[in-house]
Design a protein around this ligand. Structure first.
Ligand code: PEP
Ligand code: MN
Length: 338
């Protein structure tokens, strides 16, 4: 439900209506437009009598949204969301590339890879300190020691850091070290984790669940935004299909589909999306051409020796080639970077 205020409504009137909405046990999200303010109301899992709100001073109308999406929707926010983190803008037309190993393995490993990817033009360094592994016997990540290594990478190479939080127990620690918190595909519908990350200040990168529809994907982002964190970046990383020539099927048509419904930035992960080193470059080209706001790429200085996801990790040389090619494609499309 959207409460549309008169263009003459004062900030006090808007604040008063927000208080009235909250008194009803709902949440109010004021949206400042160029002419007037609207207030999106969430939390109404029960019928709400609109008359109590309609009679408040300054209220013009109440609009019931036709889509299940609210805060993620372009109906509410027609303009693209641009997420600014230090000197990097995500979603503003610039192609932002995030690169690094699947897992943080050691200080030397991260420094070696970070130096190379920074030189090639990556703006964000990725690496998992907490790893969601299929087998409990596989490498689970270095934990806090890994987060400290990532913080050192940030200071030394002026790269932003994105790393995954896998549970509600460790998310506070992850948030203290990283710029962007990643929510992995296995956790896309872990609603308590989504709620908790929604109460953090860090921007969030949420990866599409491996069998999630567009609606489920956007609703996961809605959970985060409903808690007050509007800095959400979506990430397509491939879905499970019958096709077995790649690890997952990279669903690139989701990029224009999401952009039609939502104002949130969406990036593409061609590494998990293909699972195969020599498919990462061609699918990166395609992802940029289809309008992705960025890429998330796994790079390792010794790809075959990587502790996790070795088969899809590309070398720094391959990454440099990838950057040159996607830069050319971005240029043709009138985009900046990477
Ligand atoms: C990752 O980015 O390393 C990862 C585990 O990704 P996903 O959640 O997409 O499998
Ligand atoms: Mn990985």
């Amino acid at each position: 439900m959207l409460v549309v205020m008169e263009s003459s409504a004062s900030p006090d009137m808007v604040a008063h209506v927000c208080r009235e909405i909250e008194k009803m046990g709902l949440r109010a999200h004021p949206i400042q437009g160029t002419q007037s303010t609207a207030i999106e109301v969430t939390g109404n899992g029960f019928p709400v009598d609109p008359n109590g709100i309609l009679t408040q001073p300054g209220v013009k109308d109440i609009v019931h949204l036709t889509q299940p999406y609210k805060l993620v929707s372009r109906q509410l926010y027609p303009n693209d969301t641009v997420i600014e983190i230090r000197d990097v803008s995500i979603g503003g037309g610039e192609l932002v590339v995030m690169a690094g190993p699947c897992s943080v393995e050691s200080r030397e490993q991260c420094m070696t890879i970070a130096e190379r990817v920074a030189k090639s033009g990556a703006k964000v360094f990725r690496g998992g300190a907490f790893k969601p592994r299929t087998s409990p016997y596989s490498f689970q990540g270095l934990g806090e020691e890994g987060l400290k290594i990532l913080a050192e990478v940030r200071d030394r190479f002026n790269l932003l850091i994105v790393t995954e939080a896998i549970d509600t127990e460790t998310i506070d620690m992850v948030a203290d070290y990283t710029d962007i918190i990643q929510i992995g595909s296995r956790n896309m519908q872990n609603f308590s984790l989504l709620r908790k990350v929604g109460r953090k200040k860090n921007p969030v990168l949420i990866k599409r669940g491996m069998s999630a529809t567009v609606e489920e994907f956007l609703m996961a982002a809605e959970y985060i935004m409903a808690e007050g964190n509007h800095n959400v970046i979506l990430c397509e990383r491939g879905v499970r299909t019958f096709a077995d020539h790649t690890r997952n099927t990279l669903d690139l048509s989701v990029v224009p589909a999401v952009k039609q419904i939502s104002h949130l930035p969406i990036i593409v992960d061609p590494s998990h999306g293909t699972g195969i080193r020599n498919k990462v470059l061609p699918m990166s080209r395609a992802a940029v051409a289809v309008g992705a706001d960025g890429l998330l790429v796994e790079v390792h200085h010794d790809p075959t020796g990587a502790f996790s996801d070795a088969a899809q990790s590309i070398s720094p040389e391959m990454f440099d080639q990838l950057m040159q090619e996607v830069r050319g494609i971005a240029g043709v499309l009138g985009r900046m970077g990477p």
